[in-house]
Design a protein around this ligand. Structure first.
Ligand code: BTN
Length: 255
């Protein structure tokens, strides 16, 4: 029914017309033993979740709201690499299938013309050094018009309809994204992170430029050098010192 020709991803697809959040369903399913590659899709989320406890607007039928359950045999410390991998998959599909020019804002927001079109939320269940499961949630704005986007995000969010002036099939996008994801994941397991890192940096927003970084404690200017082997942000402070940051945000609407 979803027309997928993949080896392991989407062998089981749970589709809901409406749900609170596909992340919630995915956690329940994973706890109950759902297989690696299980997909949860919803036409509408009434309580979509974003990073840092933010909410994610998920209007019925207007976007792709999807969660992937993974059971990778990697260290929990490598989990951020999977988030960056997911961002490169989305950027690749937007670029080659939708003919737009995406940039990835570290760690994993995808921007078109400086406005956000994709959000990715990774949640992990691990004990000590062993990952039980990872849920990667992807929200892609597809067929929202300007008026469909809530007022509070409309200045910094966009959709494929707004960018390309035509409607896109959500089902076809799901096929492209899952097929590309499977290929990229299999390559990552075989060859490790360097290929993903290189691809990520080719889409990186403001690499080599001076940016404002916000952490929990403060905010400061620095040069964005790229990403590290483990996915951390690599920056050069104004005093010349080089640092790795794991949790920070790049200020977006700076002038
Ligand atoms: C962010 O940019 O803050 C991440 C947004 C992630 C949204 C997706 S939509 C599918 C999945 N279910 C959720 O509740 N959230 C993620």
């Amino acid at each position: 029914r979803w027309g997928l020709e993949t080896n392991w991803i989407g062998k089981s697809i749970i589709h809901k017309e409406s749900t609170t959040s596909t992340q919630h369903i995915a956690h329940d399913e994973a706890r109950n033993g759902a297989a690696h590659g299980t997909i949860i899709i919803a036409d509408e989320q009434t309580n979509g979740k974003g990073r840092m406890n933010r909410s994610w607007f998920s209007t019925k039928g207007k976007g792709m709201w999807l969660s992937i359950i993974l059971r990778p045999k990697i260290s929990p410390l490598q989990a951020p690499q999977l988030t960056l991998l997911t961002a490169t998959v989305l950027a690749d599909v937007l670029h080659s299938y939708c003919n737009v020019q995406p940039l990835i804002k570290w760690p994993n927001d995808i921007l078109l013309h400086d406005k956000k079109i994709v959000g990715i939320l990774t949640e992990m269940q691990a004990e000590q050094d062993i990952i039980n499961y990872i849920v990667i949630g992807i929200g892609l704005n597809v067929n929202q018009s300007k008026d469909d986007l809530p007022e509070e995000i409309s200045h910094r969010a966009t959709s494929l309809l707004i960018e390309t002036e035509k409607e896109h099939s959500i089902k076809a996008l799901i096929q492209e994204i899952l097929t590309t994801f499977e290929k990229s994941y299999d390559q990552y397991i075989k060859n490790g992170f360097p290929e993903i890192k290189q691809k990520w940096e080719s889409y990186g927003f403001k690499i080599g430029e001076e940016i404002t970084i916000k952490t929990l404690k403060d905010h400061f200017r620095a040069i964005f050098l790229g990403i590290e082997e483990d996915g951390a942000l690599r920056i050069k402070r104004m005093d010349g010192s080089i640092e790795k940051l794991y949790s920070a945000e790049i200020d977006w609407f700076e002038k």
